[in-house]
Design a protein around this ligand. Structure first.
Ligand code: FBP
Length: 548
């Protein structure tokens, strides 16, 4: 592999660690825990792993010699900066306990476990990937690990390799599946523990005990850098409105964080749209009003941030998507037979009156995108829906109407952007490099402590890394029952943007001013070397959530 100068220098970076994880570590158990909701039902579904205590690590006395452990690791779902450091922390933690311990990586996600595709991760391999972005060390995938046959098939290879602990690095769905797997392996006495690590750039796997999912920090910094650059360009030429869609399948954490970092003229927050029952038309009016007001002051330029999940939060669209999901699930084979050129009219003829009218009113490209295949978790692939084009087109139409009515005078030229994939494999920021390494190391400590069904947790991360705390949280503690694919299932509660939370309130307090004043902030690229306030700062979201 040809390495860039930064990659070579960055390989030497030693992640900062909490004091509690340095040297010998002692696991301290707290009180028994309960599920986040539907306690009785979760207890019934997880009889062997429900109610376990939260665990905190403290510095221990001289380390007892530990027998060697063989462990496996899986990267699951979308890439997020820092995954390699989780594996490096896990590897170093296992080796620190006993140099004879071994780590195996399953190839291309959970599918690798089921299909018995793996590689041993030796020190040479780990060293190649320290502090790098991407998941290319072993690859990732979206195979859903949820059926007993898959669990049993996986157990065959775990037994063959002598693996007694499996670490699943993933988002809310993957960690839900980790909990189910932990429960199953314990129920059959398989002798394999399962530990989860919170990953996703979307930032929606968090709660009182998990401060953030890794990758959110780096991805937001990458997007904020380019948004800042665009804003500077936009403020220099003063001729374009930039419509920028930002990743985040469901929650708008990324859009909100980028807004806090860059001060755009408009930022839509899906959770607010849903709470206020806004229609697509009302969202368009809101943007158009800002465009018209700025135009009245001679400013025919600006930026609009749009979360990619928006479409599913607009109540009418949500109803349409629900009917489409249902229809497409029931008529998959028939739909596949319909010629692509007539699918649009075919669907209109099949939908209920209200949904058919909405579907017919959408630009054909967007309508087509809404009918594309769902991902393995049944989600609409929102990354493929060009919401930024939809909104820009509709705002343009609205402004033309207002122009005819004499309510708007100005020029409206647009540029469209989508920032998602370019942030998912960036070299992790210091925050993510440190956080991930500690998560991996904490996972190794959970394994050493004989825990299963836990998620590694590292907290107090707005303080200097030495003061961070580390431990493990029973995954069942984060669960409740929710309807998925028409069936009630135990799942980890997804964390959406809280409208009464400090990050949203901070944005809401400033948005009218930012709409008009062109108060752009240019954060610049992530810095890996330099003063701590430039290199180590956590996200604004985390700082505001922790009252900093
Ligand atoms: P995870 O939840 O698996 O971390 O993935 C997040 C994400 O990056 C979303 O923001 C985005 O909608 C989706 O993955 C894209 O998925 P894919 O990589 O399959 O196109």
């Amino acid at each position: 592999m040809t390495k860039s100068a930064l990659q070579i220098a960055r390989a030497a970076y030693v992640p900062k660690m909490p004091v509690a994880l340095r040297g010998s570590v002692r696991a301290v158990e707290g009180a028994a825990t309960e599920a986040a909701g539907d306690k009785e039902e979760i207890k019934r579904l997880f009889p062997h792993t429900y109610g376990m205590p939260a665990v905190t690590f403290e510095r221990g006395d001289a380390a007892d010699p530990m027998p060697p452990i063989n462990a496996g690791v899986i990267l699951s779902g979308g890439q997020a900066p820092g995954g390699h450091n989780v594996i490096a922390g896990l590897f170093d933690g296992l080796k620190a306990a006993n140099p004879e311990s071994r780590l195996f990586g399953f190839i291309l996600g959970p599918g690798g476990l089921v299909e018995h595709k793996y590689m041993e991760l030796t020190a040479d391999i780990i060293d190649e990937y320290r502090n790098t972005g991407g998941f290319d060390m072993i690859g990732s995938g979206r195979t859903k690990l949820e059926r007993r046959e898959q669990f049993d098939k996986g157990l065959e290879i775990l037994k063959e390799l002598g693996i007694s602990a499996l670490v699943i690095i993933g988002g809310d769905d993957s960690n839900t599946n980790a909990a189910v797997l932990a429960e199953y392996y314990r129920s059959i006495g398989a002798g394999v523990s399962v530990i989860g690590c919170p990953k996703t750039i979307d930032g929606d796997l968090k709660n009182d005990l998990i401060e953030t999912s890794f990758g959110f920090d780096t991805a937001c910094k990458v997007y904020s850098e380019v948004i800042g650059n665009i804003q500077r360009d936009c403020n220099s030429a003063r001729k374009y409105w930039h419509f920028i869609k930002l990743m985040g399948r469901s929650a708008s954490h990324i859009a909100l964080e980028c807004a806090l970092q860059t001060h755009p003229n408009v930022c839509i927050i899906s959770e607010e749209v849903e709470a206020n029952d806004l229609s697509l038309d009302e969202i368009v009016n809101r943007i158009a009003r800002v465009v018209a007001r700025r135009a009245a002051e001679g400013n025919n330029f600006g930026t609009v941030l749009i979360p990619e999940g928006l479409i599913e939060f607009i109540p009418a669209m949500k109803r349409l998507i629900a009917e489409l999901n249902d229809f497409l699930a029931r008529n998959k084979a028939e739909f596949k037979m319909i010629k692509k050129s007539v699918r649009h009219s075919y669907l209109i003829s099949k939908l209920s009156k209200e949904n058919a009218a909405l579907y017919a009113s959408l630009p054909e490209g967007v309508a087509r995108q809404l009918a594309l295949d769902r991902d393995p978790h049944g989600n609409v692939q929102v990354s493929l829906i060009e919401t930024e084009k939809l909104l820009a087109e509709m705002v343009d139409n609205r402004l033309s109407e207002w122009k005819e009515e004499g309510r708007y005078r100005g020029k409206f030229a647009t540029q469209m952007h989508f920032f998602g994939y370019e942030g998912r494999c960036a070299a992790p920021s210091n925050y993510d490099a440190d956080y991930c390494y500690s998560l991996g190391y904490a996972a190794s400590c959970l394994i050493r402590a004989g825990k299963t069904g836990y998620m590694a947790s590292v907290r107090n991360t707005t303080a200097p890394a030495a003061e961070w705390t580390a431990g493990g949280i029973p995954i069942t503690m984060m669960m409740n029952m929710e309807q998925r694919d028409g069936v009630m299932k135990p799942v980890i509660r997804k964390a959406l943007v809280q409208l009464d939370g400090a990050p949203f309130r901070a944005y809401a307090a400033m948005r009218d001013e930012w709409a008009m004043t062109t108060d752009y902030v240019y954060p610049g690229p992530i810095q890996y070397f330099g003063p701590s306030e430039v290199c180590d700062a956590p996200t604004k979201t985390l700082q505001l959530e922790q009252g900093k």
